[in-house]
Design a protein. Structure first.
Length: 259
């Protein structure tokens, strides 16, 4: 189906960009550094970083900007020839065995149209599906191989990898865009989709079962008893938009309260 019907699509990474990305990754793969989540606190608990440490391969700003520009026409064409503005480029993130991500939505002011790129995976990796909701609320299980990318409306489509990774290495990079000069695209009817984005709790919220399990694990790691208590508490009213920073997860206080 079209973007308006589904909200995501799989495609090859453009040849020129893939050649540069894969070469940079190969030449710098041993420079991966521990990703520091500690200072971000409980609001960044959408990935179990304290159980399976993620690492980042540093990328110079000039290369990020170049790849952002190169990928923009491809994302814009999928979106229906929308004029886009680059907002964020994350990665190269290296996931290790037993990593998992609760399903979440990204921040709506900057992450309107996004792409996940698979840069590499070790030979021992079993299929690690991304679970993503289409715009009609149906959940899909998708995989992408090295050299492939997944376009998705990351502030509208609930997405994550709730099954633990089986394998030693899985490397992704993430690019994000929004309609040009329109940080409030999500609040204005006709801004790019022909209708205002209508937030629904079951589409923008983290699934409570996943969130509570992550909260229990983080509580055991951090010693913050209130997290375990929040995980067991009865659901309260869901928020009406996404929040968070890097990666766009909902704040933990909101995540554990959702049903």
């Amino acid at each position: 189906g079209s973007r308006e019907q589904v909200g995501f699509a799989r495609a090859p990474i453009p040849e020129r960009t893939w050649a540069a990305l894969s070469t940079y990754y190969y030449n710098n793969r041993h420079a991966a550094q521990r990703e520091d989540w500690d200072d971000l606190g409980t609001s960044m608990a959408f990935v179990n970083w304290w159980e399976s440490q993620t690492r980042l391969i540093p990328m110079p700003l000039r290369w990020k900007e170049r790849w952002h520009r190169e990928l923009m026409p491809t994302v814009a064409a999928w979106a229906g020839d929308v004029q886009l503005q680059a907002t964020a480029f994350y990665g190269m993130r290296v996931y290790a065995d037993a990593s998992w991500l609760i399903r979440h939505v990204d921040r709506e002011d900057t992450h309107a149209l996004s792409a996940i790129m698979n840069l590499d995976q070790s030979d021992d990796v079993e299929a690690w599906p991304l679970l993503i909701d289409s715009l009609d609320g149906e959940t899909h299980s998708l995989t992408i191989s090295p050299g492939e990318m997944l376009f998705y409306e990351s502030a509208r489509c609930l997405h994550g990898r709730p099954l633990p990774l089986k394998g030693s290495r899985f490397v992704n990079a993430f690019v994000h865009y929004r309609p040009k000069d329109d940080p409030h695209w999500h609040a204005v009817a006709g801004s790019y989709s022909g209708a205002a984005v209508r937030w629904a709790a079951d589409h923008i919220a983290v699934r409570s079962e996943e969130a509570r399990e992550m909260a229990r694990r983080l509580a055991a790691h951090s010693g913050h008893a209130w997290l375990a208590g929040a995980a067991a508490a009865s659901p309260s009213a869901a928020p009406t938009s996404s929040a968070g920073s890097l990666g766009g997860s909902l704040t933990w206080e909101a995540a554990v309260a959702l049903d």
